[in-house]
Ligand binder design. Structure first.
Ligand code: HEM
Ligand SMILES: *[C@@H]1O[C@H](CO)[C@@H](O)[C@H](O)[C@H]1NC(C)=O
Ligand SMILES: *[C@@H]1O[C@H](CO)[C@@H](O)[C@H](O)[C@H]1NC(C)=O
Ligand SMILES: *[C@@H]1O[C@H](CO)[C@@H](O)[C@H](O)[C@H]1NC(C)=O
Ligand SMILES: *[C@@H]1O[C@H](CO)[C@@H](O)[C@H](O)[C@H]1NC(C)=O
Ligand SMILES: *[C@@H]1O[C@H](CO)[C@@H](O)[C@H](O)[C@H]1NC(C)=O
Ligand SMILES: *[C@@H]1O[C@H](CO)[C@@H](O)[C@H](O)[C@H]1NC(C)=O
Length: 309
């Protein structure tokens, strides 16, 4: 047991604490020995790839189905694959409604199992996976975030990214559960996982959350990912900051079928879905009035925990 300090849940944590105590740095040291940018990015790659495709590394402490697998959350059936394989017109590329994009367009699960994001570096899959490494790297307080070897986040804000998905608490909860299972599978303690999940829920799991800074260089952003009307309303709700006052429509299926969530999905992770021609275009900004709020210190503080392996 290299680090044995007790859980350090510091609500008003500063960058200094993040650099010293972050989940990212400490688990990088525990699992990959040397605490440098290469290894920190590798840790995030292992974590995110496992979240996406399920556990693929050995040894591991538990199985992880992954977000592309059908599952249940508190008794509700969940199937997130249609958002990723182009089945649903749920991606934001700047229009008034969502478009269909296949994010499994560059090798699917195969490169992920080799600790890569994709086969090439120009695909939808490449940008999604690398953005996830970057974003979660910042959330987990990687000290080399933004330095050579660990690129800073180059994606969009969470509110507009997920604006046409109409994600509900079961879908959101299932995703967060997979993050927790993946972390646990690498030996992250239950307490640490709970703290991370709590931070994710607080930052992204309410609807109409007011602008807050998550990625410092982006400044305050709209962060609600759970936007369906079943999602709990943020205690500080500012629905007027979101398009259509925070009211979202269920995404339609591609090919003009107006069924919404299909109960059975026709494609698997390795199979291409519908078209993916708009990969490079930026999502529409939600252009909200920005207001100061939580700040990244609190994010990192909430997940800046001592290692208890
Ligand atoms: C804690 C919860 C979540 C976090 C932190 C998160 C984070 C992210 C990030 C960082 C991106 C990249 C955005 C970009 O490239 O600009 C992204 C994209 C995406 N997320 Fe999430 N996400 C979460 C939950 C979910 C859930 C529940 C779904 C359900 C299907 C989902 C579906 C997607 C899809 C389809 C994209 C690609 C969007 C696009 O490029 O248009 N996410 N997410
Ligand atoms: C990891 O390295 C960075 C500098 O590269 C340092 O700031 C940080 O404190 C180190 N973390 C641990 C846990 O050793
Ligand atoms: C940083 O970490 C070291 C070793 O875990 C610990 O002794 C020290 O008190 C920490 N400093 C702060 C400011 O938390
Ligand atoms: C980090 O350490 C590993 C060895 O564990 C090494 O292969 C890699 O080149 C190092 N990266 C940097 C940026 O120094
Ligand atoms: C996933 O983890 C479970 C439990 O440790 C294990 O039985 C299974 O073989 C793993 N799957 C893969 C593909 O590694
Ligand atoms: C239906 O999807 C196929 C690709 O899967 C695409 O070629 C075709 O144009 C789509 N049709 C409509 C009406 O969107
Ligand atoms: C959806 O399907 C219904 C019944 O088939 C049809 O009346 C309606 O016009 C469709 N709406 C769209 C947007 O395709």
């Amino acid at each position: 047991m290299r680090f044995s300090s007790s859980i350090a849940l510091m609500g008003a944590a500063t960058g200094a604490v993040a650099q010293n105590m972050s989940v990212c740095d400490k688990y990088t040291t525990a699992l990959l020995k040397e605490n440098n940018s290469t290894n920190q990015l590798t840790l995030l790659t292992l974590l995110v790839n496992t979240v996406v495709i399920g556990n693929y590394t050995q040894p591991n402490k538990n199985a992880v189905p992954g977000i592309l697998a059908k599952g249940t959350y508190k008794g509700e059936e969940v199937n997130l694959l249609p958002y990723f394989d182009g089945t649903l017109m749920s991606s934001n590329r700047g229009g008034k409604s969502g478009v269909s994009i296949n994010f499994l367009d560059d090798g699917g699960a195969a490169p992920l199992m080799m600790n890569m994001p994709s086969k090439t570096t120009t695909s939808n899959q490449y940008f999604l996976l690398t953005h996830l490494y970057q974003f979660f790297g910042k959330l987990l307080g990687c000290s080399t975030y933004g330095q050579m070897g660990f690129p800073a986040y180059t994606g969009h804000d969470m509110g507009s990214t997920h604006a046409f998905m109409d994600l509900d608490p079961s879908e959101f909860g299932y995703f967060v559960t997979q993050v927790g299972l993946a972390a646990t599978s690498f030996g992250v303690s239950t307490e640490d996982v709970t703290a991370v999940a709590t931070a994710l829920q607080k930052l992204f799991g309410y609807r109409c959350s007011p602008p807050a800074t998550v990625i410092p260089e982006m400044g305050p952003t709209l962060n609600s990912i759970c936007q369906n009307d079943k999602c709990p309303l943020d205690p500080m709700a500012l629905c007027s900051a979101y398009p259509n006052n925070g009211v979202v429509m269920e995404p339609m299926m591609a090919n003009n079928t107006n069924m919404t969530m299909p109960s059975g999905t026709p494609t698997g992770p390795m199979m291409p879905g519908a078209s993916s021609t708009m990969a490079g275009a930026p999502p529409q900004s939600t252009g909200a009035a920005m207001k100061e709020s939580v700040g990244v210190g609190a994010v990192i503080g909430a997940v800046a925990l001592a290692l208890a392996l």
